[in-house]
Ligand binder design. Structure first.
Ligand code: ADE
Ligand code: ZN
Length: 340
């Protein structure tokens, strides 16, 4: 049928097989209910749910905050360095199965240090799993925007001995009412330390948050950013400056940023010339890892092979990999599509 979105076998195969990078994954959001229960038992932590099934049933969200409440409760089972290692190793294995070749992994230090977990246990556990493969991976430390900037500054100070294990910092948690400018000083300090800078903006928050993240925090990428299309001047700027937007389709539908996948604006973002990537955000909570996100959005929108190649290329182009590694991965993407 004319103009009917179609996910044919060849397109499905390419979405699965193409090499890709994941740039927006909260490692705590990869914690599957089974592992939550295993770690709760290992660490003697009491959970508010009596089974894996009842926990999974609670994964019905009205908005970002309703998700965050459950997500922080799930993270409460993480206590020992080995817990962080096991969680990260499980994600990396799962990502590799989707032909993710490189991941830039967010973690939320304050979620753990507030419970008395040493920051070194968090960073070393995640970092050690990344060193053990099976894919290339690096760490981005996110500040929780519902907490104060002083708390973020104290966290940064605590992280200084671990600086070499972190490539950048980000900003996440409850967006509305916590604009980027609240964190201008801590981001400036991170910039001076040579860290890469990213921030969640324009997920639930207005396009103005995208603008202040760029102008006052000097971020290099925007996480989500889907609300940019409400502001044509901002959209034109993002296209002109090729600022990457790390978009997460299943997350956006689960958190009701869009009513359903057919209403997602991924194609409109691509058509506006933006450097968009597809990512999984919190895959254990939102119903799927990288390829599930690609398959869901390609099934719902009139996207084809050229879009798939562009998204795979964007994922490496927008990464913080060194130029030689980027070139090699981009050549692999092109070789994969040249076989067709
Ligand atoms: N933390 C984990 N997932 C998040 C999201 N989608 N937005 C903001 N903070 C988060
Ligand atoms: Zn996120």
């Amino acid at each position: 049928m004319l103009n009917q979105p179609m996910l044919n076998d060849q397109l499905q195969m390419m979405l699965r097989q193409m090499p890709k990078a994941e740039l927006h994954i909260h490692i705590e959001g990869s914690l599957e209910p089974e592992l939550i229960f295993e770690l709760a038992q290992r660490n003697g932590v009491a959970l508010a749910y009596d089974s894996v099934d009842s926990l999974r049933k609670a994964y019905a969200f009205d908005n970002l905050q309703s998700f965050l409440d459950i997500y922080y409760a799930g993270a409460s089972v993480l206590l020992q360095e080995q817990d962080f290692y096991d969680m990260t190793a499980a994600y990396l294995r799962r990502a590799a199965a989707d032909n993710v070749r490189h991941a830039e992994i967010f973690f939320d230090p304050q979620t753990h240090t507030a419970r008395g977990v040493p920051l070194a246990s968090v960073v070393d556990g995640i970092w050690r799993a990344c060193q053990d493969g099976p894919i290339s991976a690096s760490l981005i430390m996110c500040f929780l925007r519902h907490l104060s900037e002083d708390d973020a500054l104290a966290t940064l100070e605590e992280a200084l001995p671990l600086r070499d294990k972190i490539i950048g910092v980000g900003l996440d948690s409850s967006e509305l009412g916590h604009p980027p400018e609240k964190f201008a000083r801590v981001f400036e300090r991170c910039r001076q330390l040579g860290l890469h800078l990213v921030a969640h903006a324009g997920e639930e928050g207005p396009p103005a948050y995208i603008e202040t993240a760029l102008d006052l925090l000097n971020v290099e990428r925007i996480d989500h950013g889907v609300r940019c299309l409400e502001d044509p001047l901002l959209t034109a700027r993002l296209a002109r400056e090729q600022i990457a937007l790390t978009v997460c389709p299943l997350s956006n539908v689960k958190l009701r940023v869009f009513a359903d996948m057919g209403r997602h604006n991924l194609l409109a973002l691509l058509d506006a010339g933006l450097l968009v990537t597809v990512n999984s955000d919190d895959p254990a909570y939102f119903g799927g890892y990288m390829n599930a996100n690609l398959l869901a959005v390609f099934a719902a929108l009139p996207l084809g092979l050229a879009h798939a190649q562009r998204l795979a290329r964007n994922s490496f182009a927008a990464s913080f990999l060194a130029p030689e590694a980027k070139r090699a991965f981009l050549a692999e993407v092109d070789a994969c599509f040249a076989q067709l």
